[in-house]
Ligand binder design. Structure first.
Ligand code: GAP
Length: 594
């Protein structure tokens, strides 16, 4: 598993912001634990009205950048997939975490987390199980739930996939997908047709993934059901290069593996162009997507002083990854993985090619046709049929494969093939073995895959955490979320100053007008005006419009527009409101310029 958390260098920040944020999120409808009426269940969260809207806006922004602007396709595949998919992908055998069970209270914990949280080990996930058991014993580590000693307890592997049965009975096992990626890989034979069999091309998917985490924790940061936004970018490794010029000047904070391993190592400030030139990022494709991602993260509201890209250490990489960099955000002194940028090579497509009946290759045309020698077989079925019965076709397949990989095997009188652990000698004259010259127009290649994989819930949490502010307004404590207008659930709140028919009618007309202009608007007439401002501040609404008596008296019929972060107020004519606020939302105008 590549998913990871690290202690940040600056430990001076406290847990307090997260605690306050989680309380605000529940009170104001961002997110809360699901099924609370039945006691709640660990690792499952519901996004409330504000949270669903913020999450939807983040997903739209991701789609705009990684699908639309990059010219990639988007698909929407099922979340349950049959067992053979995960045999092929390696998840059935390799998607495990280390589990240790408390002998007293019976609670299960991630053994590597128990080690990391209580020792100086930062990467216990990459340690072999016996070593983790030794560390637990040596440090006399205890159960995080009840305090009982864990020394001597066996550490076991636990597969993180949720299993189910497809249809009645148990003959057809299936799994809830642990990553949306497999939904893209298994459809490659069809998707390549939509791409007109031309590399490179990219396919995106935003959808749910499921992992039966041993110890879900930190609110929505580690959950059992979450949304991923993934891009699988298929390339010919010998031919395709990214347009690095487009991102060469993007400034990044990188924490390469070599710096992490060095005693006095630390993150480095550089640009994408320099990092590729100096070999800090070995894959130009991974570098390209880091360069695309950095300004995107900034645009949705991640604080760039609390953001970095960290390279995976060799023992930390997922079973499919040749190299991987994580985007990390700092939360209360810990670095949280927000996304992984992995070079998956041809691992996935080769596996599906091997395990399935379909072709996971692309035909690559040569510039000039090539003449090559090919070894072929044309077996005598009147001999193989009576000799092998129903297995005759398997013998043909074996002979074909053998001719392709070892023509010397056909040099004698007989050729040996393996069938179900038995060796059979077949007269070479019955195989129709021949070496022929063939002119070939191209070859079938297995594309390589570069994968930017984003966790949406973690990003929502980070955006909220980085937007959380406290200040004092008119002698009163205020909490507000300085959310970017692009992702804020509501863009403008509209209020009548007091309970008054005329004020309310005008305010409702403004609401209709602004909604008609495509702005997201909320109407609020309950409580005093100060309280209404605080409510909108707390959910991060960038602007509030108040209809007061001056509106009705004033010939130009103006209203007050208040900006959230500064609390500055300006008067604007009602008939210019929709146009002005739309321009601010689209970044064409700043409130200060009004
Ligand atoms: N297809 C590659 C893949 O799934 P990953 O690093 O395991 O890679 C990608 O997951 C992202 O999904 C992570 O960077 C993280 O943001 C999110 N994620 C992973 N496990 C999660 C969990 N249990 N709860 C919330 N988000 C999670």
């Amino acid at each position: 598993m590549s998913e990871h958390e690290h202690a940040a260098a600056d430990e001076s920040t406290t847990e307090a912001t997260s605690e306050k944020l989680v309380e605000l999120a529940k009170r104001r409808g961002y997110f809360f634990q699901s099924s609370g009426a039945y006691g709640g269940v660990g690792g499952f969260y519901t996004f409330g009205p504000q949270g669903a809207s913020l999450k939807g806006n983040v997903e739209d922004a991701w789609r705009d950048r990684f699908a639309v602007a990059e010219g990639n396709m988007e698909i929407d595949a099922p979340t349950i997939m049959p067992e053979p998919v995960f045999e092929a992908s390696g998840h059935l055998d390799g998607f495990d975490d280390m589990l240790v069970e408390c002998p007293d209270c019976g609670e299960s914990h991630r053994a590597d987390h128990v080690v990391e949280d209580n020792t100086e080990y930062e990467d216990a996930e990459s340690l072999p199980i016996p070593e983790v058991e030794e560390v637990i014993a040596e440090y006399e580590l205890v159960c995080p739930s009840c305090g009982a000693g864990l020394a001597g307890q066996a550490v076991e592997t636990f597969n993180l996939m949720f299993a189910t049965n497809i249809g009645p009975g148990d003959s057809d096992p299936g799994y809830l997908r642990p990553e949306t990626a497999q939904g893209i890989f298994v459809e490659f034979p069809r998707l390549k047709e939509y791409a007109r069999n031309q590399l490179p091309f990219g396919v995106t998917q935003i959808g749910r993934a499921y992992r039966n985490e041993i110890s879900p924790r930190r609110s929505i940061i580690r959950v059992r059901e979450f949304t991923q936004a993934e891009l699988e970018y298929f390339i010919d490794p010998e031919e395709d290069d990214p347009d690095l010029e487009r991102v060469a000047d993007v400034e990044v904070t990188l924490y390469p593996a070599a710096e992490q391993n060095a005693e006095d190592g630390s993150p480095i400030e550089t640009t994408i162009g320099e990092a590729v030139e100096e070999g800090v990022i070995s894959s130009p494709w991974v570098a390209y997507f880091l360069g695309v991602a950095k300004p995107w993260y900034e645009g949705v509201g991640v604080d760039m002083d609390r953001f970095r890209f960290r390279q995976h250490l060799s023992g930390e990489r997922a079973h499919y990854a040749a190299d991987c960099w994580d985007a990390e955000g700092e939360i209360d002194g810990n670095w949280i993985e927000l996304a992984g940028f992995a070079y998956r090579s041809d691992y996935d497509l080769s596996k599906h090619e091997e395990y399935s009946e379909d072709r996971f290759t692309i035909f690559k045309q040569y510039d000039e046709p090539k003449t090559v020698e090919r070894a072929t077989v044309d077996p005598d079925m009147s001999y193989l049929g009576p000799e092998f019965g129903g297995a005759a076709q398997d013998v043909v397949d074996e002979l074909e494969a053998l001719a392709a990989r070892d023509r010397e095997a056909f040099a004698g009188e007989t050729v040996a093939i393996e069938l179900e652990d038995e060796t059979h000698e077949i007269p070479v004259e019955k195989t129709g073995f021949a070496v022929e010259e063939q002119t070939e127009a191209g070859e079938h290649i297995v594309p390589h895959v570069v994968e930017p994989s984003f966790g949406v819930g973690r990003l929502v949490y980070t955006v909220l955490h980085h937007a959380y502010r406290e200040d004092e307004v008119d002698g009163e404590q205020r909490t507000y979320l300085a959310l970017e207008p692009e992702v804020a659930p509501t863009f403008v709140g509209v209020f009548p100053l007091q309970s008054d028919d005329d004020l309310e009618t005008t305010a409702r007309e403004i609401v209709d007008d602004l909604r008609g202009a495509g702005l997201s608007v909320t109407y609020d007439d309950s409580g005093n005006i100060g309280r209404r401002y605080r409510r909108q501040d707390e959910v991060g609404t960038p602007f509030c419009v108040t209809v007061d008596y001056e509106t009705l008296e004033n010939e130009a019929t103006t209203v007050t527009v208040r900006e959230r972060d500064t609390t500055d107020q300006k008067r604007l004519p009602i008939d210019e409101l929709a146009e002005t606020l739309s321009a601010i939302r689209d970044g064409e105008l700043a409130f200060e310029e009004l």
